[in-house]
Design a protein around this ligand. Structure first.
Ligand code: CMC
Length: 393
């Protein structure tokens, strides 16, 4: 019973009012707090963008330094948290580890439950944004058996992350500034994207009044899937599988076949029906990184470009308005930087934490906020009586 509007996949349902991010899918436009993503990627670093998303305005120079210092204060994790890693198999998928470890943070910060206090909400944001690089790098180090690296607060956000990923306690590690800047832009491009599946998950989990750290763990779980954040990993695996430019046609044919479940990973988007502005920026980052590393002739990059070219000219993709999305090139850049494929979605989670926490805060402080509780169209059995076991056929 019930006359509810059926909207599978929420194609036309606005679940909230938001002031954070605006997308015009037809124009291929993405704005954070009104600022075009292109300008933010060019002129700001990730922590400035995080400040913007959190506070609604870009910081001035004093606010920027103060925010960076605050984040630095929180980069270490509780020593007890490091024990959680050893409960996982070394070959566990790092997104499984992330879901567990970030969820475990909720047991360390009970003050996060005091949502009515703006200071507590702000500290939860700062803690998570500061600790995510440490937690992601530890997941990687654990998988290789290498010792954990403590953060170095002398470094900027991206360089510190690279050092924790690729450095070791015996040697001085200096991150290549071109690669660190590229990574910082990747973070900015992933920082928020209005009511995508994982953000909606964080809001829904948060709407019951749950601990925000546990809500972020729910977001990480949702992000993992290949239709969402897992697409960058799946895209690189697809490119490896295709292997050679000569086989692109075969895979395009498969993607178009109704009876084949194969989809071109890194293509298509629920909202962008013209192009994904993040993909354009990512392609440029990719060019810069490959040039810096002398990998312009990289096999996978060439393959990706060829795939993009053929797909963009193909009637099927044109008619269905399927364009490369942010995940199409991000895997190649990350691989070139030295990040292993299974870590790609963790990088996405690291950056999206800023958007998740911003949107959680917006929801929890919204005077109109209610617990998220969708209705359904029931299509199951009509009311009937239980037949005693002995009489059942
Ligand atoms: N390759 C081949 N056909 C596709 C693809 C693709 N990548 N994407 C969509 N289609 C077809 C789909 O089969 C459908 O065909 P038909 O109308 O004949 O049923 C039509 O295009 C519309 O697609 P849809 O699946 O109904 O669209 P959606 O809005 O529900 O899904 C999507 C959007 C992103 C989940 C989907 O395009 C997809 O699975 N893409 C591949 C995975 C991917 O790259 N995901 C990353 C998204 S961007 C980053 C993020 O948000 O995490």
């Amino acid at each position: 019973t019930g006359l509810f509007t059926y909207d599978s996949g929420f194609l036309s349902t606005a679940s909230c009012k938001s002031k954070v991010t605006f997308i015009d899918g037809d124009k291929g436009e993405l704005l954070y707090r009104g600022y075009p993503i292109e300008q933010l990627a060019e002129n700001c670093n990730f922590l400035e963008v995080a400040y913007l998303l959190k506070n609604g305005e870009l910081p001035n120079a004093t606010q920027k330094t103060s925010f960076e210092n605050t984040i630095k204060k929180h980069t270490m994790v509780h020593e007890q948290l490091t024990k959680f890693y050893s409960g996982f198999r070394r070959d566990a998928h790092p997104m499984a580890v992330m879901t567990g470890v970030v969820g475990a943070l909720s047991a360390f910060y009970h003050d996060a439950m005091d949502f009515s206090d703006a200071e507590h909400r702000s500290v939860s944001f700062n803690r998570l944004v500061a600790k995510m690089p440490t937690i992601v790098a530890m997941a990687y180090k654990y998988s290789t058996g290498a010792p954990f690296m403590y953060p170095d607060n002398e470094l900027d956000y991206a360089s510190n992350f690279m050092r924790m990923m690729f450095g070791n306690p015996c040697e001085k590690y200096v991150a290549n500034p071109v690669l660190a800047r590229a990574l910082d832009i990747i973070f900015t491009l992933h920082a928020d994207h209005e009511q995508n599946a994982s953000t909606s998950t964080v809001r829904l989990a948060g709407s019951s009044g749950a601990n925000p750290f546990a809500c972020i763990a729910a977001g990480i779980a949702c992000l993992w899937g290949p239709a969402h954040g897992g697409a960058n990993e799946a895209c690189l695996q697809m490119l490896e599988e295709i292997g050679d430019v000569s086989r692109v046609g075969e895979y395009i044919k498969r993607a178009k076949d109704k009876n084949d479940t194969f989809k071109l990973m890194g293509f298509g988007h629920r909202v962008y029906k013209n192009f994904d502005p993040r993909a354009k920026l990512m392609r440029k980052v990719c060019d810069d990184v490959l040039q810096e590393l002398g990998l312009e002739n990289d096999r996978l990059f060439k393959l990706a470009k060829e795939l993009e070219k053929i797909a963009l000219e193909d009637q099927y993709f044109v008619e269905k308005k399927l364009y490369p999305n942010v995940d199409f090139y991000s895997g190649i850049v990350q691989k070139a930087i030295g990040i292993p494929t299974e870590m790609f979605t963790c990088i996405f989670a690291l950056a999206r934490t800023v958007g998740w926490m911003t949107q959680w805060e917006e929801m929890i402080t919204d005077p109109e906020y209610k617990i998220g509780r969708p209705r359904q169209l029931y299509i199951g059995a009509a009311k009937r009586d239980v037949v005693p076991l002995a009489k059942r056929a």
